[in-house]
Design a protein around this ligand. Structure first.
Ligand code: 5GP
Ligand code: MG
Length: 192
């Protein structure tokens, strides 16, 4: 919940998604994915594999994994996009790759937010190249109508307006990732 006595009260303009709403949505997504992948381990002989992208997806990954009722393994990747998001060509450099062989595995990419979709589009092609049994995407947030590439995201938490948001893993200049809700910063914050 938004705490008016907290340090962030002076910096957050408003809350877009509350901590309670996040908790309920994570449970709902966890139940859906668990039902859809109930047989994945017996089907492939290995657990469902969650692939999280540093750093933004860490909070969601941790909560989402615990909302599942099927066994999983977890991998993390660190990616760096060339240029700013507005001018990005979709060219991505891998700073940390996954450590395991994903051939024949069911994969779920766990994302914080889909904006242009360029990073995700690149990542899906990269993972498909390793011949997994399937690749699905779950994203906590999505900005609708601004995807420059059409990426298939089967599981979406919330569609949000096209505004810059922080919290629940998302940063501005590496700050605000630890906020338990998603919100919009006051304009003054950007002038600092
Ligand atoms: P795209 O979908 O444009 O390739 O890139 C998505 C990435 O841009 C996200 O993983 C996130 O790191 C960043 N991003 C996009 N929209 C926002 C936003 O509203 N707030 C923050 N903090 N990061 C965002
Ligand atoms: Mg990201």
């Amino acid at each position: 919940m938004f705490d008016p006595d907290s340090w962030y009260a002076d910096e957050i303009e408003r809350t877009i998604i509350t901590e309670d709403e996040i908790r309920a949505k994570v449970a709902e997504l966890g139940a859906r994915v668990s039902a859809d992948f109930a047989d994945s381990a017996s089907d492939t002989g290995d657990e469902l594999l969650l692939v999280g992208v540093f750093k933004g997806a860490v909070m969601f990954m941790a909560d989402f994994a615990r909302a599942l009722t099927v066994p999983v393994k977890m991998e993390f990747m660190a990616l760096s996009s060339y240029g700013s998001s507005t001018t990005s060509s979709g060219t991505v450099r891998i700073l940390k790759d996954i450590d395991s062989d994903i051939a024949g595995r069911h994969i779920i990419v766990v994302e914080d937010i889909i904006d242009s979709g360029l990073t995700l589009s690149w990542l899906l092609k990269y993972l498909q190249g390793m011949h997994p049994a399937s690749v699905s995407v779950v994203s906590m947030l999505r900005k609708p109508g601004v995807q420059r590439v059409d990426v298939p995201v089967k599981y979406v938490g919330f569609d949000i307006p096209n505004e810059f948001v922080v919290g629940y893993g998302l940063d501005y200049a590496e700050r605000y990732r630890e906020l338990p809700f998603v919100g919009v910063l006051k304009p003054e914050v950007y002038q600092k």
